[in-house]
Design a protein around this ligand. Structure first.
Ligand SMILES: Cc1cc2nc3c(=O)[nH]c(=O)nc-3n(C[C@H](O)[C@H](O)[C@H](O)COP(=O)(O)O)c2cc1C
Length: 212
């Protein structure tokens, strides 16, 4: 089992990275392989709405998207993490999710099926992947950014993991890197990771039982 975490912060070692790596540490302790992917140095253009992926089943824009999309399709779990920028996720993460979210359905479905019901969906490239959002803000705006990630996961046939509170961190007043002060946020994110490990193990054991 493998969980990848995609971090949309442009800051190396920032607060979002801090909370995301807490979750990955818990997953590693649970015996789950993890990979941290920062979008900071990645070149990911925005979706141009060309609709080429509908027919070609690949994105027409060639940049770092292909490598990350491949990792997303191979992972069992995906953590999507972003600092809150004007109550939203960061633009690069939005670009990735726009392109991944559109492509993932045309890998498994056809938009233009003659004589058949276009709404006869066969899931997506991300069907039943376990997804957890994390957002980090200085003060407020989590709700909208967190919802952006939730809406992306739930329209793409993913299973969402929560905690005993929304998976958010509060940090970064004046640009500080001080996530370690948010004791409640640390507990929330760590419990989310425990839930993710629990769910992945249950899903995996069910698969084994079915095969028997
Ligand atoms: C362009 C920009 C917009 C921001 N907008 C918000 C906001 O809407 N609400 C908020 O509470 N903090 C906002 N912040 C603060 C960051 O969310 C906060 O400092 C966060 O901890 C940064 O995470 P990072 O260290 O991973 O980059 C903003 C910061 C920047 C640079």
């Amino acid at each position: 089992m493998k969980v990848i975490a995609i971090c949309g912060s442009p800051r190396k070692g920032g607060n979002t990275e801090y909370f995301t790596k807490l979750a990955l540490d818990v997953l590693e302790k649970e015996g789950i392989e993890t990979e941290f992917i920062s979008l900071r140095d990645k070149n990911i253009s925005e979706c141009t709405g060309c609709y080429a992926c509908v027919r070609e089943r690949e994105c027409a824009i060639k940049d770092d998207f292909q490598e990350i999309f491949q990792k997303m399709t191979e992972a069992d779990g995906i953590i999507l993490a972003s600092p809150v920028y004007h109550a939203s996720i960061t633009p690069k993460l939005k670009s990735l999710l726009d392109r991944a979210g559109f492509l993932c359905r045309w890998v498994t479905n056809e938009m233009f099926k003659e004589g058949e019901n276009s709404y006869d969906w066969k899931g997506t490239a991300f069907s039943r992947k376990v997804v957890a959002p994390i957002t980090v803000a200085r003060r407020t705006g989590h709700t909208f950014a967190f919802s952006q990630l939730l809406l992306w996961a739930t329209v793409n046939d993913c299973i969402v993991v929560g905690s005993h509170y929304w998976n958010v961190g509060v940090a970064g007043a004046g640009g500080q890197i001080n996530g370690e002060n948010d004791k409640e946020g640390i507990g929330i994110v760590e419990h989310m990771a425990e839930n993710m490990a629990y769910l992945l193990k249950r899903l995996n054991s069910n698969l084994v039982e079915e095969e028997i």
